[in-house]
Design a protein around this ligand. Structure first.
Ligand SMILES: Cc1cc2nc3c(=O)[nH]c(=O)nc-3n(C[C@H](O)[C@H](O)[C@H](O)COP(=O)(O)OP(=O)(O)OC[C@H]3O[C@@H](n4cnc5c(N)ncnc54)[C@H](O)[C@@H]3O)c2cc1C
Length: 335
């Protein structure tokens, strides 16, 4: 590992100044579960590491009937352990529990989970200078490539999938993300605007500039009759990223009509993928297995699989059907 300067930032302003505006020169350290791997594997070689764990306010934690405020430094195990989050924002609690192993969740933070870098084999190979590391092409898109884990929706010029379980859940829950910007102001955006596709920004997965810091996540109070879920399918039962995942949040009236619904896919696109097509099929309708199937078909209509990942199409359809059924009827077919 290349030697670096280590800074314990005392507040957001000092952290932002220490980070500077030059991409690659300095990096934020939270729990370190992803950052240390990137350093040890020589994927990044910053001159400076800025530890944000001592910054007051980044550990804010409020959960109540009017919604929730979760600071960037809140660990995933704390989210997973809070019964109130399971009752009000189940998709996030389920997503947090689906991350890695208990050890990773004890150390890994919400901010780090949302800002972690992709797991694509080509990105993670220090010998390969792919398009996300300043190169000119995405090797995953080649016919002979190992692309079984890559994207089938919204891809190009990079085919990574967004690695964060919590990101998918937060978009379904209509969450907002607050961050400290380069001018020292606190800004707030919808989670779905925070994450960006490679056609917008190829070398980052969100809108943050090098000297900007994610500070907290805001969850709106769920409306009456709203339920949510996060279903994840992975290759190994223990610590593994999603091959495909679906987060659904729906408000259902007393007579069973789906009033509002959000269907968001994970593990299949370079950013959490909100399927307006699936939502359109379900909105204003009563649940039936046929309608859920139609929604699943609509969600995957634009899928463009690579040579080894066509399996993600039927897999994701099954997850959509099960997630919609679970949220609307309360019944859960095991994944
Ligand atoms: C074996 C293993 C399995 C894993 N499995 C999963 C999984 O199944 N699902 C999943 O979602 N993740 C998984 N992860 C990824 C990830 O490490 C964890 O999700 C964890 O939450 C990361 O949090 P951290 O605090 O350790 O982040 P760090 O490693 O400290 O940071 C991660 C990245 O985010 C940046 N960052 C951190 N905090 C902020 C902030 N507040 N503002 C701006 N940038 C910030 C850092 O600079 C770094 O680039 C896994 C990791 C490992 C090692």
């Amino acid at each position: 590992m290349k030697a670096f300067e280590y800074i314990n930032a005392r507040d957001l302003k000092a952290a932002s100044q220490a980070l500077g505006s030059d991409p690659g020169k300095a990096k934020i350290l939270a729990g370190g579960m992803d950052l240390l791997t990137e350093l040890k594997e020589h994927l990044i070689e910053p001159e400076r590491i800025v530890n944000i764990k001592g910054i007051k306010g980044l550990d804010v934690y409020q959960v109540g009937p009017r919604g929730a405020r979760l600071g960037a430094l809140i660990t995933l195990s704390r989210i997973e352990a809070d019964k109130r989050l399971w009752d009000q924002h189940a998709a996030l609690a389920e997503a947090a529990r689906a991350v890695g192993s208990p050890q990773i969740r004890n150390v890994g933070t919400l901010g780090g989970n949302l800002c972690q870098r992709p797991r694509c084999w080509y990105y993670r190979d220090e010998q390969i200078r792919c398009i996300k590391k300043g190169g000119s092409k995405c090797f995953a898109a080649d016919e002979q490539a190992n692309n079984k884990y890559n994207a089938i929706l919204g891809a190009g010029p990079s085919w990574i999938v967004h690695p964060s379980d919590c990101a998918t859940a937060l978009v379904a829950l209509g969450a907002k993300i607050r961050y400290f910007d380069a001018q020292g102001k606190t800004r707030e955006v919808l989670a779905e605007e925070f994450f960006v596709l490679p056609k917008v920004r190829v070398n980052a997965e969100n809108i943050l500039q090098p000297n900007e810091i994610l500070t907290e996540v805001i969850l709106p109070a769920p409306r009456r009759g709203t339920r949510s879920t996060y279903l994840k399918f992975r290759e190994r039962e223990s610590f593994d990223w999603a091959l495909s995942a679906v987060a659904v949040s729906a408000q259902v009236t007393d007579d069973g009509t789906i009033q509002e619904i959000r269907v968001v896919l994970g593990g299949v696109a370079p950013a959490p993928w909100r399927s307006l097509e699936a939502e359109k099929v379900l909105q204003g309708q009563k649940y039936s297995p046929q309608r859920a199937s139609q929604a699943a078909e609509a969600a995957l209509e634009q899928a463009a699989p690579l040579s080894q990942n066509a399996y993600k199409v039927p897999l994701t359809k099954v997850l959509i059907r099960r997630a919609v059924e679970k949220v609307v009827t309360g019944k859960a077919t095991p994944v």
